[in-house]
Design a protein around this ligand. Sequence first.
Ligand code: PEP
Ligand code: MN
Length: 456
Amino acid sequence: MDELDVWRTLPVKQQPNWPDPAELTAARDRLAALPPLVTAPEIRVLTERLGSVARGEAFLLQGGDCAETFAANTADKIRDKVKTLLQMAVVLTYGASVPVVKVARIAGQYAKPRSADIEASTGLPSYRGDAVNDIAATAVARRPDPGRLVDAYHASAVALNLVRSFATGGFADLSKVHEWNKTFVRDSAAGRRYEIMATDIERALSFMAACGIDLERTSNLHGVELFTSHEALLLDYERALTRTEDATGAVYDVSAHMLWIGERTRDLDGAHVDLMSRVGNPIGCKVGPNASPDDVLALVDRLDPEHIPGRFTVITRMGAGRVREVLPAIVEKVNSAGHPVVWSCDPMHGNTRDVNGVKTRHFDDVLDEVFGFFEVHRSLGTHPGGVHIELTGDNVTECLGGGEQIGEADLAGRYETACDPRLNTGQALELAFLVAERLQQGSPRLAPTGDRQVGR
Ligand code: PEP
Ligand code: MN
C-alpha cells in the first residue's frame, strides 16, 4: 500500500457519511487530476518564515473565517478580509517593530468538525461545511455530496487567484495603508488610532524618499507574502491533493501552504495525524485544556521528528480561565525536549458561550486569553509566537464587547457566520493594537534594532 493511504486503515473521526461510495471515488479521481493550488517552493518559504517565528524573530498572524462558504466567496468579501489582515499585520509590524508572517484561513476552509452527526434541533445530518453539504435545514440540502469536494477545490482556486493578486498586484502596497481602513471602522477608537499610525507610516516613507532611498525598487514595500491555510479535516480531499514533487521526491499537501489538525481529530494513532505526518507542509495542531503535557509532546515528536524550525505550530486554545494554569507545563515539556515549535494562541475556541441560544464570544475573554498566553511565555522565557483568530472584513455583530461595546441585544443585528462567531474588523484591529503593545514590551530578541528588514 502507498504509505500516503495508511490513514485509511486507522480510526478516522469527523468524516461525513457519504451516501454513495461511487460518487466519492469519482470526486477523488477528479481532484487527483487537478493542478496544485499552491506549490512546493512556496510551502518551503512558509516553513522558513515560521522557522524565524520559532526562533523568536518574527510573529505569526493567522486569521479568517471559521467556515468559508461558496455564497460568501465574492470579490468584496475576499478583498475586505485581506484588508483586515493587512491592517492587523501593519499594526503589529509598525507597533512592535517585528516582521509578521501572514497566514489566512482562506481558500479552502470549507469543512467543519461537529459535535454530533445529527443536529438535535432538526433531526437532520449536521452541516459540515460547504465542502460536504448545504447549511439549509432540509434533508436534500444536508445530504453529504462528494461533488462538493470538487466545488470546494474550484472555490479555493477562485479565492486564491484574487488573494495572490491582492498580495502582489499593488493593492497591498504600503502607500495604500490608509485605503485598507474601511469607512465603518474609521470613526471607532481603533479606526482613529489606525489613521494616526497610517499617517506616521506615510510620513516615514516620505522621509526615506527625501533621503534618497529608492522606495520604488524596495519590493517589500509594494507587496506582501500572504499564505493560505485550513483545517485538514476531510482526508479524501487532502489525500487527493497530496503530491510528490518530481525534482526532490518530497511530498506536500498542495491544497494550502499550511494545514492544521483540529482539537477533535488530533488522536495520536488516528488517521489525521498519520496523513499529516507524511506531508512536508508546516503543520499546526490545536490543543485544548484537556491535553496533558505528555499528549502534546507525543504529538510534537510524531509530527516534527526531525526538529525542523517552522514545521510544527502548537495552537493552544485553553480558554481565558484555564490558560495560565495549564499552558506552563505543556510549554516546559515541549521546550525541554528541544523542539523548535511555534507557539500560537487561538483565543477564540476556548471562549465560546451561549447567550439565549446564540453562540458568541466576549472580546474581553479573547483578550484575556491572549494576555495569559503572553504572561506564560514571558515567565518561561519562550516566544509568544503568534495568534490564530476567527475574523471577518465585515461589520458583523457576532462577538460581544470591544470598543463599539456590542451587547447581547446587538447580536441579532448582523450575525452572519456559518459556524463560529468572528471578530468584526474593528474588534480585530483593536486586538492587533493590544497585541502589538504586549509584543513591544517583549523579549530582547524582538526589541527594535533599526537594522532589521521591515519584513512585510
Ligand atoms: C476551528 O478552528 O474552527 C476549530 C474547529 O477549532 P478547534 O479544532 O480548536 O475546536
Ligand atoms: Mn471555529
